[in-house]
Structures are given as C-alpha cells and as structure tokens.
Design a protein around this ligand. Sequence first.
Ligand SMILES: C[S@@+](CC[C@H](N)C(=O)[O-])C[C@H]1O[C@@H](n2cnc3c(N)ncnc32)[C@H](O)[C@@H]1O
Ligand SMILES: *[C@@H]1O[C@H](CO)[C@@H](O)[C@H](O)[C@H]1NC(C)=O
Ligand SMILES: *[C@@H]1O[C@H](CO)[C@@H](O)[C@H](O)[C@H]1NC(C)=O
Length: 245
Amino acid sequence: MADIKMIFIAGLALVLSGVAESAFMGKSHSGGKDDPVLQYVVNNSLREHPVLTKLKLRTLEDPWSIMLVAVEQAQFMANLIKLINATKALEIGMYTGYNALSMALAMPEDGRVVACEIQETYINIGKPFFKEAGVEHKIDVRYEIALKTLDELITNGEAGTFDFVFIDADKFNYDNYYEKSLQLIRRGGIIAIDNVLWSGKVVNPAPDDITSQTLDALNKKLHKDERIDLSMIIIGDGLTIAIKR
Ligand SMILES: C[S@@+](CC[C@H](N)C(=O)[O-])C[C@H]1O[C@@H](n2cnc3c(N)ncnc32)[C@H](O)[C@@H]1O
Ligand SMILES: *[C@@H]1O[C@H](CO)[C@@H](O)[C@H](O)[C@H]1NC(C)=O
Ligand SMILES: *[C@@H]1O[C@H](CO)[C@@H](O)[C@H](O)[C@H]1NC(C)=O
C-alpha cells in the first residue's frame, strides 16, 4: 500500500494548499462559526443523530478536520436521499465517514453506501461509529484510489444503478469523477459536488491558483451540460446538485 500512501500525501497537499489559505469557509463547525445567521440555521434545523454527534466530536480532534463535511449540508443531502427514495449511494472521499454514516442512516434497511477512501487511518476512525449506529452492514468502504473503484463498479455492470453520488475527494480528478458518476447514476439520480465555491476563490481565480481554476472550469462546463439539470447551492463550501436527465 506504499504507492497509495504516496499518492494520498500528494493529493492531500494539493487539497490543503487550497483550504489552508482560505480565511472563510461557511461551515457551522469551522470558518462559519462566528456567522450568526448560519448559527441560527443550525440552532433551528439541525437534527443530528447522537452517533453522528460523537463522530463529529472525534473528527474535530483530527488535525485535518477542516475536511469534515458541513453538518447542515450532510443533513440536506440525507433529505435529498429520502426525497428520491435512494437505496444506493456512492461517496468519493469518505474521510472519517460523517456523511457516509448520515446517508446510511437516511436509507432503508436494504440501502447501500459505497465509500471511497485512500487513507486507512480515517477509515479506522469511522468504522466503530458505523457499528455503534447499527448501520455497518450498509457501508461498503473501498480502501483504494477512487478512480479504480469507479472503474471496477462500471466493469461490474453497475452503470446506471446508483441513486446518489457525493463527490468530495481530490479536486484535480473532479472532472473524471463527474464523468464516471454520470455513467454510474440512474436517470433522475443526483450527483452532489462539494467545494464548488472554494471559499469564493472561483469568482476570480489567481493566475497560479490551479485548484480554483479547475473548479471554475468544471462549474462552467456543468452550466451548459445538457445531460443534467442543476443548482449551485450556497451551503458549506458550495454544493452543486446535478440531476441526470
Ligand atoms: C474533504 S475529505 C471528505 C469529507 C467527507 N466526505 C466527510 O463526510 O466528512 C476528502 C477525502 O478524500 C480522500 N481522498 C483524496 N484523494 C483520494 C483518492 N484519489 N481516492 C480516494 N480517496 C481520496 C482524502 O483522504 C480525504 O479523506
Ligand atoms: C445558537 O445556540 C447557541 C447554543 O445554545 C447559543 O449560544 C447561540 O447564541 C445561538 N445563536 C443563534 C443565532 O441562535
Ligand atoms: C418514495 O416512496 C414512497 C413510499 O413508498 C412513495 O410514496 C413515493 O412516491 C416515492 N417517491 C419517489 C420520488 O419515488
């Protein structure tokens, strides 16, 4: 697994080089902590499963907890899952599993979440909480490079079978993740793409800011992509909802 570790470290450095320099990120647990309107939203709408609360607190002890999904965004996606009766979801970039657990809890007994992650430490943090919440059997963690998992799913005949995909891993592969997710998702299924606003830096990307440029290019591509309907939501660090036509 040495090669996976190296790729992970390179990927993490790229992810965090963008995150670290941003002063604001609208997540209620990190950059948006002092935003009273966001706190109001959370105070008056968050319904967090007790095991999700425990996993969040454990994750906040991790030095890279800035990667944790905004909890209000996870709840929004869980509600989308309920709305479309999703029973099969994919997460590209699981980290410690807050959103994977949230999706599993939103699904019926026969629901299944395939979760991609290349850092074993993070998987080991999440798994005991999946068990404690009683949904361990719903979460299929794939410890390998996500693109490999997506190709395996396609080869395995699972194209067109997923109801929901959450893209939240290394930004330079976002376009690949999007294209493969479009193959894996059914018509009417949802591809949710995280960090599309990149702390607002996509508005006017600096000449040397390749991450912002990459995300901006993908945003512009999706805007005119006839294969989907879409909305770009100002929640967390920006979330695009793409619905396959
Ligand atoms: C922003 S975090 C995901 C947060 C998570 N969705 C949550 O609910 O809190 C991104 C994760 O993607 C993982 N990752 C980065 N590149 C990857 C790759 N090529 N394949 C699989 N996982 C990857 C990182 O290790 C990291 O844990
Ligand atoms: C949100 O709840 C916290 C904890 O109860 C409280 O300290 C804070 O004033 C509340 N903020 C808003 C805007 O409701
Ligand atoms: C979801 O399932 C419920 C209950 O079985 C059903 O009434 C509803 O029409 C379904 N919604 C969709 C979007 O399929």
